[in-house]
Design a protein around this ligand. Structure first.
Ligand code: HSE
Length: 298
């Protein structure tokens, strides 16, 4: 039996659409062992598919098939802290759980690079799957087959305070509203800022982050799907956030805040309540540099 701890992720980081992502210290847990048939349980009453369509199970079976190992079935136990379809990498956590779990049970036939590639092929883009596996901040280029990636550990006390809406937004829907083509000017606008984000985060030039998260490829379209999003960004900046951006495909709004900004979360809670958004969550997280690991933790 193997027990895995898999981090949430925040992808895009503003301008780095489909290219940048980082891991956060908010974790799902997956227990997996070989058995005959498909036995899937949720330890926290999160509604999950308990048949072979379960994403962890399906991914693990695919990995057994790819490696040419006989597959008889699995027992899987899931603890799903990462909320689903909110822009915090819940589906990537399932893919990575299935992949790393199956690889471990088979005696580690796949290399790390092969797992990065395979997870991106399953998800379609690497900016959640790669940081969920590797931790830290990951810069990734997916050529449709292989991922060319760099993982960097980030030594910072910055807080990532997530404003998590009470509704789901499926990635497919959030991708449908994007333009098919962009101008040369907008492409330059984004690529310069994506490069600025990671360089500024890694060197502690946090005053750059507000410019770095501006983008013209996805946020202007997706923010329209999230009521109050722009007001919430304005409020976060008034309360001293370094940066605010749409996490992944949304609807989670991520704020990046100095460790010394002690009351930021409470002020955002107060503002959300005043907007009538008392069912939205405010959750403090930090960068997780380790990525997916085997654990004994309960
Ligand atoms: N880069 C992806 C997107 C992340 O923004 O659609 C969500 O999977």
């Amino acid at each position: 039996m193997v027990r895995l701890k898999i981090p949430a992720t925040s992808a895009n980081l503003g301008a780095g659409f489909d290219a940048l992502g980082l891991a956060l210290d908010y974790f799902n847990y997956v227990e997996m062992e070989e058995c005959e048939g498909c036995i899937i349980t949720s330890s926290d009453n999160t509604p999950i598919p308990t048949d072979e369509t379960n994403l962890i199970y399906h991914t693990a079976k695919t990995v057994f098939d790819i490696c040419g190992k006989p597959f008889y079935g699995l027992r899987i136990g899931q603890t799903n802290n990462i909320p689903m379809a909110r822009g915090l990498g819940s589906s990537s956590a399932c893919i990575i759980g299935g992949l790393v779990g199956a690889n471990h049970l088979m005696g580690e036939p796949l290399t790390l690079d092969e797992m990065v590639d395979l997870s991106a092929q399953i998800e379609g883009h690497p900016d959640n799957t790669a940081p969920a596996l590797l931790g830290g901040i990951v810069t990734a280029v997916f050529d449709g087959k292989s991922v060319h990636w760099v993982k960097q550990e980030v030594f910072t006390t910055l807080k990532f305070i997530a404003i998590i809406p009470d509704f789901e937004l499926k990635t497919e829907k959030a991708r449908e509203c994007l333009p098919k083509e962009v101008s040369h000017k907008d492409a330059v606008f984004n690529l310069s800022r994506a490069a600025l984000f990671s360089a500024s985060l890694l060197t502690g030039k946090y005053e750059n982050l507000r410019s770095a998260v501006c983008d013209r490829l996805h946020q202007p379209y997706r923010l329209e799907l999230i009521p109050h999003a722009r007001d919430i960004f304005d409020t976060a900046y008034v309360n001293g956030a370094y940066a605010c951006y749409l996490s992944g495909a949304g609807p989670c709004l991520m704020t990046v805040v100095d460790a010394n900004n002690r009351f930021f979360g409470g002020k955002m809670r107060f503002a959300l309540d005043n907007m009538g958004l008392d069912t939205w969550q405010v959750k403090e997280m930090h960068i997780d540099n380790k990525g997916t690991r085997i654990t004994d933790e309960e």
